[in-house]
Design a protein around this ligand. Sequence first.
Ligand code: Q9C
Ligand code: ZN
Length: 823
Amino acid sequence: MRTALVYHEEMTAARLLWDDPECEIERPERLTAAVERLQQGGLEQRCLQLAAREASEAELGLVHRSDPPGATHHRGHRLGRASTQPAPVLKTELPTCLSFTTGWMGEGTVSPEYVSLLRGTQALSTEELQALSGQYDAVYFHPSTFHCARLAAGAALQLVDAVLTGTAHNGFALVRPPGHHSQRAAANGFCVFNNVAIAARYAQKQHGVCRCVGAAVGWGLRRTESGGVGCSETPCGALLCRGGLLAPRWEAQPLSGLCTPYPRILIVDWDVHHGQGIQYIFEDDPSVLYFSWHRYEHGRFWPYLRESDADAVGLGPGRGFTVNLPWNQVGMGNADYMAAFLHVLLPVAFEFDPELVLISAGFDSAIGDPEGQMQATPECFAHLTQLLQVLAGGRVCAVLEVTGSKGGSLAGCQGAVRGGLLYLAGRPAWAGGTLPRSQPCLVVSLFSPCSQGGYHLESLSQCVCMVVKALLGDPAPPLLGPMVPQHSALESIQSVWAAQAPHWTSLWQQGSTPTLSLSTCSPERRPSAVSPGGPKGKAAEAQTSAVLSSLLDQLHLYTTPPVRTVIALTAPAAALVLPPEVLHQEGSAPPEETQAWARLHEALTQDTAFTALGKVLHLLNGILDGQVSSGIVTTPVAAPTLEVVLRQGLSHGAQRVFCVALGQLDRPPDLANDGRTLWLNIRGKEAAALSTFHVSVPLSGTTGGFLSCILALVLPLAYGFQPDLVLVALGPAHGLQDPQAALLAALLRGPAGGRVLVLVEQESTCQLVGVLARVLHGEPPPSLGPFSMASPDDLQALVHLRGQLEAQWEMLQLLLECHELVA
Ligand code: Q9C
Ligand code: ZN
């Protein structure tokens, strides 16, 4: 894994020169604290370190240029509060395509106004800087602001260069000032130049290649066949239109060979504020999909914009390419963020099929930030990063937005402390940010003196480290605390479906059949007290101590093992190409131990089966001892071997094991149904929840169906179960294509902190074993190929299963009010 880290010390130069409580949050220490923490953790040294360069004025002009004729000009629809900005100008829809073409990059001129205005700030006095700052909302200027802001944008461009030339696989740009609120000709919310937007345009212009759009053609046809979606709204229609090759109105005819001039870019803005600047810049552009979640509170949170709501989906050809997820309550935590990714962002992102992912990585959405007041713990950001790495061949560029906050005193972090912040020996372990909100406070604060006053910076640098570790391919520590989305989060998610379903077939599944009546889900409903790992809640009184002790257990379990991936083969495989860090395991368990287990099943006593059993037991012990994260074993007899591994795992330290059995592998009949094993079988025709802990799903023949199964069923179950070991067994007639198996394995690294053991039947190909080893090691899975829509049978199976399981598995729950979505 090659991860680029772009930074320049000079970005710490800008600071607030006068008294302004609103702006004092954005301070140099945000950056220095993160960098120091990366150094201390040995992470900086593992990265390809690049010194940021300044963006040229022409590069800034990719975004900050004078408005092209005909383009909409707006400064937002303020809600609720008096605006310090000019009166809002109403948005009008662009004349489809035409103004989009004129608005396309490179055709405007470099803004003489905004960039040169900024250039001029270098020579201003403090009084003049303060006066100019007052013209914008939540902005301050310093004589070094122009230089810093050019470095910040330049850092993002260097990162894109590194990733798109293959010098690095992914990377992180640590920058100040942030960018996502900045607009064509306006600074806003501490942001001067829109770093991520400039990077997106630059990537398209500098690295764009002419590509065939077979997938996009399929897109349009699919929508037409499915009926009801206006042809001119199809993404491919828009793309083709933009290329000027075809009329905007889609006609269902083969179009292979047509080209789209610009690569598709996904921007994921996980900052707690709406990146309205990015939204405005790409609102009519179908080649850039902008996703943002943000604290909204029905418009009562800054920047108080009408267009931050879920029904702002983009304009003209860009309709459906803006995805807003407004949080209407504070306190969103790991389960809510995960639900948003699984149920909204990822389905849409897979359908969009980006070639590059840019993250607007603000950490004011993490626990402890007094602005955001959210509860997601730093590990959550490692999981989000890991999930995004399965897109775009892993080409993920994170660009820092704002990172929490004052860094002044502990006073501001009450919410976090209430959430169960746990400090051990002066080293913070983030624990239980999602503790049930109705429970009495759990405050375990063994604060070391040095953590006093550094709390927020601690939070942000922890988050930065988590993301960099995930980019490097390290397994993400598991998410702790109950995985129960808030009702308000589900309402928000539902409002996004309602707005986006016309634009994305991958969201149709969500609304196929109402399975949960609103009455069972009243707005007063709070997350129930659920102990980690079990769908059934424990008694409330036992909760606090149970959570604490399980957190302590898990802290012990989750130090990163020295060995990331091991492969144990029973026969040499010359054709196997693996990263050098993947270890070939020579050792086996002691013969007596192997012998004892082999008695369980006749087939295990045979030659190769016995050898394989010894190897898998050895590997399992390595995983349970914390020496190894993950591994692959080949065996001639997957079924009995799986049973042994499961039993040995349960009796030697694993509390909960998630077993994903592919193909003809039956659940051992005498396995205790005690909630410690969740058995999921993917094969055959039937969809059945035989019990809460025994689920069977058919393998879909379509990409869309397969993805829905993984995102809407497998991962919610896995994250809800919170296993400490995942077993994946590819048995007889598993039917998975290599990229499907790879995607599944890659995504299953998340729920158990990277502890995944894969069993493959010996006749599997070297390619399959190789690709599985690479994804377990942290490499991105290969593409699934062109998106194809889930079949009605796929959807019915999922809806049926959800109906059976969602009462017990809260990560599956969705609020459905979807009669209008059903064709
Ligand atoms: N009284 C970023 O996170 N706060 N910017 C306004 C109104 C401005 C945040 C409060 C927050 C700007 C990049
Ligand atoms: Zn923010």
